[in-house]
Design a protein around this ligand. Sequence first.
Ligand SMILES: *Cc1c(COP(=O)(O)O)cnc(C)c1O
Length: 395
Amino acid sequence: MDAQPFPPVLPTYSRAPIAVDRGEGSWLIDTDGRRYLDLTSGIAVNALGHAHPALVEALVAQAGRLWHSSNLFTIPAQEELARKMVDATFADTAFFTNSGTEALELAVKMVRRYWHAAGAPERQTILTFEGAFHGRSIAAISAAGSTRMADGFAPLLPGFRTLPFGDHAALEAALDDTVAAVLVEPIQGEGGIRALPAACLQGLRAACDRTGTLLVFDEVQCGMGRTGKLFAHEWAGVTPDIMMIAKGIGGGFPLGGVLATARAAQAMTAGSHGSTYGGNPLACTVGSRVMDFLTDPAFLAEVTRKGAALRAQLDALVAARPGVLTGVRGKGLLLGIACAVPNTDVVKAARDAGLLLVPAADNVVRVLPPLTITDDEIAEAARRLGTAVAALQPA
Ligand SMILES: *Cc1c(COP(=O)(O)O)cnc(C)c1O
């Protein structure tokens, strides 16, 4: 094949025509100085907004002290963050990664190793749900079972089976003695802000208890305070055995992790897993500071209050333009607007009005403000979205 001119950045994204320069709280500023109200938060990552002074201070102080040491040594910031995670959750232990995808990889390894050590290596299948998103590695696209993400990447990894979303009968039928674990997002993010009802999560927990199956939650997007609880599963009053986290935990610094009970993690002995950067001092220092905010009940109550305020304003926009927008769903500041017109048209019209939103599957537009968004900014976002949808022809 003749070499064709090719962009220096591998063109795997269709990017919006905005070159980002800097951020201030809920605002993203491009290289031309234009200011956008940023309700993407870097896809639910910048939980405390852009350039939060407490995070800048923590990062800069750590940067002058130690950037990296590897996991050959004890990393005090990593120990501190793990302690905060264990104290605030169901978990007994934590492993830190650089991303949600790497958390998925460890979660899968932990499940397999658990059954290997339990003397039941035939329990290999991990059940997942249609519409799921767990990352872009081979294991992650195999787990999600989406033909779009897997196209051209065969052979996929065996050991996953995708069930229809929320189909309890299919789950009961699938839960035989070859099943190792069930992996689920309590609220699907990329899948279009689709929540598993609390009763489903409770039924899932009961079914896993009955069959000894491990329950793995992927809270990479719905966790870290976004729904008004530290983790979304808390609303249903059930806990997993293993949980993936990432996105919001680093507030913008690359950080993820796996939390687990001692029982689920018991086979992960020295040498069974590792990461050069995972749990690095810079990442854990920032993550530890983020946790101080997200474990404050007053902060979480504000997320719930502001989520309700934003939702009421979005509901009013839907009522005013039912031919363009059809409904609002989600919880806290993890919201999705179902669209009657193509969701990408809504995202573009909003961008033209100075408001940044994220498309998702199921023709949904995600509204993911920083958890620190102010009431004035919520009102401004609704005003700008109103301008955007007024400019769109109803379907
Ligand atoms: C973003 C996401 C991932 C993957 O995280 P990366 O940091 O992009 O690797 C996994 N699961 C869910 C639910 C996500 O939203």
